[in-house]
Write a protein that binds this ligand. Structure first.
Ligand SMILES: *[C@@H]1O[C@H](CO)[C@@H](O)[C@H](O)[C@H]1NC(C)=O
Ligand SMILES: *[C@@H]1O[C@H](CO)[C@@H](O)[C@H](O)[C@H]1NC(C)=O
Ligand SMILES: *[C@@H]1O[C@H](CO)[C@@H](O)[C@H](O)[C@H]1NC(C)=O
Length: 296
């Protein structure tokens, strides 16, 4: 059985950092009077402890207690017997980040296929990563044992690569997506539409209204919610935005750089900018007069 130090068993997360620290710490020369790669030895020169890693190959080290020598484990192996048989593989390859598994036939530690979290051999993935480097969802192709990319805009797909769940929206067009059950493809909803089962818009996005032709149109500027009255050409604003920010913040809380928005007597939303930014206004009345200030 191998003698291990704390560096031998690495958690997945900080693994690379830990490895660097271990290699740094063990990069020193062998303990005084001890054979190479020994960190402690008996007076007779038998190793009683080894460095965690061989600094030239990055491979784990094990102590052969019988002979008192330090053994370099096979590649991708975290712990081995003095005969060089691997007992436990590294969870991943520190260089590429690829998962590592023990091949049940050969007993060797092998790299899993790309985009694979767990595998039974170098060519058989059992659990795919969530997504590839292009952020595409992945599925396990049972025939090849490899992880393949789901169709575009698809969040989940079955073992045949058919989409079963679409992403919320297409990041390029900003359009909401809907799954076409007949073709298993993700269709783009009409502009400003929140949901469109079967391709027909059933609800407009917030800040939009349903026009006479059925399409979703943007509410007027600074208006948060509006609707089109029957027979009317332009929408009526029901609610204004709370604030207008000259320098939009990354958080939702209004600050001194924000101006309140008020609805004037004509029902239009206006910026209440008749205030200095510092110690500014939090609420204005219909005439655009500040009626409430920040309390600092
Ligand atoms: C080396 O081993 C001896 C005997 O096992 C022990 O007493 C000593 O503390 C060890 N030294 C280090 C630096 O671990
Ligand atoms: C707004 O406030 C000002 C000052 O208090 C007042 O004179 C004005 O009548 C108010 N306007 C409305 C529409 O309430
Ligand atoms: C804006 O401020 C000026 C002077 O500070 C004032 O005379 C004017 O009535 C204000 N306008 C509104 C709409 O409150």
């Amino acid at each position: 059985m191998a003698a291990r130090t704390g560096c031998g068993t690495l958690g997945l997360g900080a693994a690379v950092l830990l490895l660097a620290a271990c290699m740094g710490a063990t990069g020193q020369a062998a303990a005084a009077g001890c054979p190479a790669l020994c960190t402690n030895c008996t007076a007779a020169g038998k190793c009683t402890a080894c460095e965690s890693f061989d600094s030239t190959t990055g491979r784990s080290m094990s102590l052969d207690k019988a002979t008192g020598t330090c053994v370099v484990c096979p590649a991708l192996c975290a712990d081995c017997t003095s005969a060089g048989k691997c007992l436990m593989c590294q969870p991943q390859d520190w260089i590429t980040g690829r998962s590592v598994a023990m091949d049940k036939v050969t007993g060797a530690c092998v790299l899993c296929p790309v985009n694979c979290w767990a595998c039974s051999s170098a060519t058989r993935c059992t659990l795919c990563a969530q997504s590839d480097i292009h952020d595409r969802a992945l599925y396990l192709d049972p025939a090849s044992g490899t992880c393949k990319a789901c169709p575009e805009n698809c969040e989940k797909c079955d073992s045949k690569g058919r989409c079963t769940k679409c992403e919320y929206s297409d990041y390029r067009t900003g359009r909401t997506l809907t799954l076409d059950a007949a073709t298993n493809t993700c269709l783009q909803c009409p502009e400003r539409c929140a949901t469109c089962p079967g391709g027909k818009c059933s609800r407009c996005l917030a800040g939009s209204y349903r026009d006479a032709d059925g399409s979703c149109k943007a509410c007027p500027e600074l208006c948060a919610e509006c609707k089109l009255d029957p027979g009317s050409k332009s929408p009526t604003c029901l609610r204004c935005d709370d604030f207008w920010a000259e320098y939009p913040a990354y958080w939702d809380e209004p600050d001194e750089w924000d101006f309140p928005v008020y609805m004037d007597k004509q029902g239009n939303c206006q910026k209440c900018t008749n205030n200095s930014w510092k110690g500014g206004c939090t609420r204005c009345n219909q005439s655009g007069r500040c009626v409430e200030c920040h309390d600092h």
